[in-house]
Design a protein around this ligand. Structure first.
Ligand code: SF4
Length: 620
């Protein structure tokens, strides 16, 4: 089948068995690759009773049909499993080059099952795959792990996906990190590093392979890829991300009230400029870095030459980490935020979940919902970078108060019987730094995201301000007043479906050429004749498949909610606006043709999307 190597590598760590299994063409045609394909396969493998940290929970490392081709940003990996943090669909994307190398090694994906007795790493090298002892890596941070593997294999070109101490200790928001020649790429969200740690799989390592990626029209694809790179760089958002990194959005986000601070309780932050991309450029930037075949190169390499946070050339922080570990905690020192972000990446923890969980703890302490009796004697206060550094170490090693924080914000609230309305999570996943009070479309994005509060599920804030317009308006995404609730549902749903397709191709959502170029590229790869209605339908099918997985895990309509803490009116750029959730939800369920009382897609919708095989399981 064009576009695929037609091989998934199944690795069972319990019996140390590795086998290559051909793709099922029918399933691949319907779900494309990446997250869509992983979700369809996982639906049959995982039950509601499956322990996310048990051997029955498979861990997927997936590529898509465009991965490793000349199409921009096609080195991204989708990692998926049942999330230990949310107990529903867990998905996290990772940039870098790993996925391209996996395809060059001859595979469309890896499915890791079982649990090893002793720590191992998986080596894929020149057509051979083997599990090797990882005891010399256990306990090491992610960057050390990369270096040690390079030395062990005498190869500085290896591509590595690994966990740090947090993953080994099954911190519920542990990340999987791909340190990549001075860059870093992180699959941060939903705690998949803990799943990898539970399997005692320290790393996956790929030495370069020579597999040709079979596409239907190689010349057509190359031409289209060039065109996509060109149109990508005509886009304002791409230019801004290239010039200033994702942190280039900090100033604007602060002005709009999108970057709320002090654990979502304050609408703006006086230190925002100090944490911005412009300040980074002026003070610590060395150069841009980027993922495989990316014309934007939004990554930053920075160096802090002196002072307490002195560091050699290292990856710099991106927007979300600046929000989570900076404005959220009232830390306004860019050097401190850079250091704390790097520490999170080395220990292997999601900066968003980590920062929000710590923010929640400080908020609860301030409100006397927690005391030093619970924090192990620690006085929790805002703006204390030293305290945060200490907490990061305690979380990653699950020591003292860190053991409670390692359960995430929802887990911490449950432990001390604090109302979930005070907890900035949706479906258990900590809220990122795009505030639904600033862009009401994000209320739907967060409430209905298939993995809990996720800004990438539908980046409607960027669509609203027009930054990604040429890439999404032809599909039916609209830019209306950011404080308008009425009429947002359709626009958000269209964007959700398109991003679900992106998660399966796989492409970076910062890259937004006109949709017909994306479709042409896909047609050149697969030899298909897709048009806009066809790809919208595929995207909706993938999104609905993730919803079906979550329903199987026990999700109900009652889980489609936002906590009150992110709905209180705030001064500043939000100008005290709050989304009208009742109206938006009503419209959203109608647009989706989902049943409002159960949250289930209707029978007609499932038939329309060729998902009728799930009707008996969903509707009985
Ligand atoms: S825009 Fe940034 S995150 Fe996206 S592929 Fe390019 S370098 Fe990677």
């Amino acid at each position: 089948m064009n576009g695929y190597l037609n091989k998934l590598l199944y690795v069972n760590l319990t019996d140390l068995k590795i086998e290559s299994v051909p793709l099922d063409n029918q399933i691949t045609r319907k779900f494309v690759g990446g997250a869509g394909l992983a979700c369809r396969l996982m639906y049959d493998m995982v039950e509601r009773s499956t322990d996310p940290l048990g051997p029955e929970n498979p861990l997927f490392f997936m590529t898509g049909p465009l991965t490793g081709t000349s199409v921009p940003t096609t080195g991204r990996t989708i990692i998926a499993a049942k999330s230990p943090l949310t107990r529903i669909w867990g998905e996290s994307a990772c940039g870098g080059t790993f996925a391209a190398w996996l395809r060059f090694a001859g595979y469309d994906g890896i499915v890791v099952e079982g649990q090893a007795k002793n720590s191992v790493y998986l080596l894929i090298s020149e057509g051979k795959t083997e599990l090797k002892d990882a005891s010399f890596l256990w306990g090491k941070d992610t960057f050390e792990t990369q270096k040690l593997l390079e030395k062990e294999l005498n190869d500085e070109g290896v591509r590595v996906m690994c966990i740090g101490p947090a993953g080994e200790n099954k911190v519920k928001f542990a990340s999987i990190v791909h340190p990549d020649r001075g860059r870093k790429a992180v699959a941060g969200r939903t705690g998949l590093g803990a799943v990898m740690g539970s399997k005692k799989l320290k790393a996956i390592v790929i030495q370069v392979g020579k597999a040709e990626i079979p596409v239907a029209d190689p010349e057509g694809l190359k031409t289209q890829a060039k065109e996509m790179a060109k149109t990508t760089m005509e886009n304002f958002a791409s230019q801004m991300f290239q010039a200033l990194g994702t942190a280039g959005y900090v100033d604007m986000a602060n002005a709009m009230g999108d970057l709320s601070s002090k654990y979502f309780t304050v609408g703006d932050n006086a230190d925002a400029y100090n944490l911005s991309g412009a300040t980074m450029q002026e003070k610590i930037l060395i150069k841009n870095t980027g993922c495989y075949r990316c014309p934007i190169r939004c990554g930053r390499e920075v160096e802090i030459k002196e002072g307490k946070y002195q560091m050699p050339p290292s990856p710099g922080p991106e927007y979300e980490s600046i929000g989570a570990l900076g404005t959220n905690l009232l830390i306004g020192d860019l050097n401190a935020v850079t250091y704390l972000t790097l520490l999170c990446d080395k220990l292997g923890m999601d900066t968003i979940s980590c920062g929000v969980t710590i923010g929640f703890a400080i908020y609860a302490f301030e409100k006397s919902l927690l005391s030093t009796a619970e924090t192990g004697g620690l006085e929790l206060s805002w703006g204390d970078a030293e305290l945060v550094e200490k907490l990061l170490q305690l979380i990653a090693t699950r020591q003292e108060f860190g053991d409670l924080l390692a359960e995430g914000a929802r887990g911490l609230a449950e432990k001390f019987e604090i109302s979930q309305d005070e907890v900035a999570t949706v479906k258990g996943l900590e809220v990122p730094f795009h505030d639904p009070r600033a862009y009401h479309g994000m209320a739907l994005t967060y409430a209905f995201s298939t993995r809990g509060a996720c800004h990438n599920h539908a980046d409607h804030y960027l669509a609203t301000i027009g930054n990604i317009g040429p890439g999404v308006y032809p599909l039916g995404v609209e830019s209306t007043d950011r404080f308008q609730s009425e009429g947002k549902a359709k626009s958000v749903a269209v964007l959700e479906d398109y991003r679900a397709l992106y998660s399966s191709l796989i492409m970076c959502s910062f890259v937004n050429p006109p949709p017909e170029q994306v479709i042409n590229a896909l047609n050149c790869a697969l030899g298909t004749n897709y048009d806009i209605p066809a790809i919208k339908r595929i995207g909706e099918r993938i999104l609905t498949m993730k919803r079906l997985f979550n329903l199987k895990m026990g999700l109900t309509a009652a889980d489609d909610r936002l906590p009150k803490i992110i709905l209180e009116p705030l001064e500043g750029g939000q100008d005290k606006h709050v989304p009208d959730l009742e109206l938006m939800f009503q419209e959203y369920y109608a647009v989706r043709n989902w049943d409002r009382s159960t949250g289930k897609p209707s029978r007609d919708k499932l038939k329309e999307l060729e998902l009728e095989e799930f009707i008996p399981a969903i509707w009985g």
